[in-house]
Design a protein around this ligand. Structure first.
Ligand code: NAP
Length: 276
């Protein structure tokens, strides 16, 4: 079974650097794929209220037989629930069937709603009460972090952002790391789009591993937390085994050179959807 490194967050909590994401995993498949991921050796699951599959994650955690404290589970507050964050947290906690959530994130800042500071203050209270081991943000830009730092007390433990070889957000990552905020890469494979780049396929051939393993080894090598998603057990295992692939600094640089501002998802400065 692959050994995944742990990173220590700014409050001392440790997080497996390679986790398993479940966005777009249908609710009826979620228990199965999360159990397969846990069986393969993942100990970090990333879900969100908006994904509609927290109950499947909770069912897998309950059924897998692992001690609760061996599994790191993250979920996120929906954009449309910024005004009812405390209630939404309780709904997630019940769906996940856990007493304590490991990491709770504001899914998007939605600056047009103007509520993320209030939300953060609610998360600070949940954290102080022991309902969550760490609180963080997702899709936050440096000016959103500056607002939190100026108006609230707890520094976010992580910022979960779109980050893959063709969209690296280096300046944004550096700004957050400069304040002790760990960078967590979502869509770490570029939803598959980054796997055909010549540098990726050439390194895969050189190391005798898959393109996905090269991309994930790059994430781990440059210090990102990464949460690839797959519904196929062979890929679930393959992605985890990337923790055993080590790239030299020159090889890491070859992947870093692929950066080309190829955003896939929404721009957090303007994203204002409330269905998520
Ligand atoms: P991703 O992990 O980069 O890519 C997933 C896609 O790649 C799926 O189509 C999957 O197909 C395919 N894939 C997975 N492993 C593969 C492999 N070894 N070889 C070839 N193809 C492979 O993208 P993502 O799902 O967007 O992001 C991962 C996680 O990040 C999500 O599940 C979610 O937890 C999180 N996320 C967070 C946000 C946010 O706003 N905070 C936004 C997006 C995602 P199959 O499933 O068919 O194998």
């Amino acid at each position: 079974m692959a050994t995944v490194p742990y990173l220590t967050l700014n409050n001392g909590v440790t997080i497996p650097q390679l986790g398993f994401g479940v966005y777009l995993v249908p609710q009826e498949q979620t228990q199965r794929v999360v159990e397969e991921a846990l069986e393969a050796g993942y100990r970090h699951i990333d879900t969100a209220a908006a994904y509609g599959n927290e109950a499947g994650v909770g069912a897998a955690i309950a059924a897998c037989g692992l001690p609760r404290d061996e599994i790191f589970v993250t979920t996120k507050l929906r954009n449309g629930e910024h005004g009812v964050a405390a209630e939404a947290f309780e709904v997630s906690r019940r769906a996940l069937r856990v007493d304590v959530i490991d990491l709770y994130l504001i899914h998007w800042p939605v600056p047009s709603q103007g509520l993320f500071v209030n939300v953060w203050q609610t998360l600070e209270k949940i954290y102080a009460a022991g309902g969550v081991r760490a609180i963080g943000v997702s899709n936050f830009l440096p000016d959103h972090l500056d607002t939190l730092l100026a108006e609230t007390t707890v520094v976010p433990a992580v910022n979960q952002i779109e980050l893959h070889p063709t969209f690296q957000q280096g300046a944004l990552s550096a700004a957050f790391r400069g304040h002790g905020v760990a960078v967590e890469a979502y869509s770490p494979l570029g939803r598959g789009a980054d796997l055909n780049a010549d540098a990726v396929t050439a390194l895969a051939a050189k190391h005798g591993v898959s393109p996905a393993q090269i991309v994930l080894a790059w994430h781990l090598g440059v210090g990102n937390i990464a949460i690839p998603k797959s519904t196929h057990v062979d890929r679930i295992r393959e992605n985890l085994a990337a923790a055993q692939v080590t790239l030299s600094s020159g090889e890491l640089d070859l992947i870093t050179a692929l950066d080309s501002n190829a955003r896939i998802g929404a721009d957090p400065a303007t994203a204002a959807f409330t269905q998520m």
